[in-house]
Design a protein around this ligand. Structure first.
Ligand code: DGI
Ligand code: FE
Ligand code: FE
Length: 189
């Protein structure tokens, strides 16, 4: 699918603000893909569609999680997490994208997962550092992302978990698995 059609399809699903975020994620993901040897076309499409389900009503997302046998444990956690796996499902069924690497990058863009692929990493990080993001610590991660993908990703995941803990929010298991996996990967002992 070409970029123009993909953008047209996603624009209908999003607010203007979220569409601008999507453009930022797309541009950032392409730079990261080039830098770290990831398929640029897959990075482009995964980025364009990563927040496809962001504005679906909660009830609709809940029903899809139940009916399609998605991870049921999601229902016990913040509904902000749901748009990622539900998005992967809708991008396959409504948009017709069947590439499992692209669908996985969408599915895991919020929580990450143990054993993230390079494409998963690029999309997670692009979502975190795109130019429209302004929160404490983001500039540090932007700088790291120029040199070391995993170091930047680890910092982004750590910041996200600390943010959730400061707000006394539960942390979804995949988010913890992502952190543990990245820390184990980087350990030299
Ligand atoms: O969709 P975006 O805003 O671009 O970004 P995102 O897909 O990373 O979603 C961020 C939201 O998800 C934010 O409100 C925090 C929430 N979130 C991310 N990881 C976890 C989480 N919420 C809980 N409870 N647990 C998590 O591990
Ligand atoms: Fe998202
Ligand atoms: Fe996003």
């Amino acid at each position: 699918m070409d970029r123009e059609l993909a953008l047209q399809l996603v624009k209908e699903q999003l607010t203007d603000h979220r569409y601008q975020h999507t453009i930022g994620v797309m541009e950032t993901a392409i730079v990261l893909a080039k830098n770290y040897g990831v398929n640029e076309k897959k990075a482009e499409l995964a980025a364009i569609f990563h927040d496809y389900a962001k504005f679906r009503p909660k009830d609709e997302m809940k029903q899809i999680i139940l009916d399609q046998g998605l991870e049921q444990n999601l229902l016990h956690f913040n509904s902000e997490l749901w748009h990622a796996p539900v998005g992967a499902y809708l991008v396959e069924t409504e948009v017709g994208i069947t590439d499992s690497e692209i669908l996985d990058a969408i599915r895991y863009h919020t929580s990450g997962r143990k054993g993230m692929t390079l494409l998963d990493r690029v999309i997670y990080l692009a979502d975190y550092i795109e130019p429209g993001r302004h929160f404490p610590g983001v500039e540090e991660v932007r700088e790291m992302a120029k040199e070391n993908l995993d170091q930047a990703l680890t910092q982004a995941v750590k910041n996200s978990i600390q943010f959730l803990m400061r707000k006394n929010q539960p942390v979804y298991p995949d988010t913890i698995y992502t952190y543990n996996d990245l820390v184990n990967l980087r350990r030299s002992d």
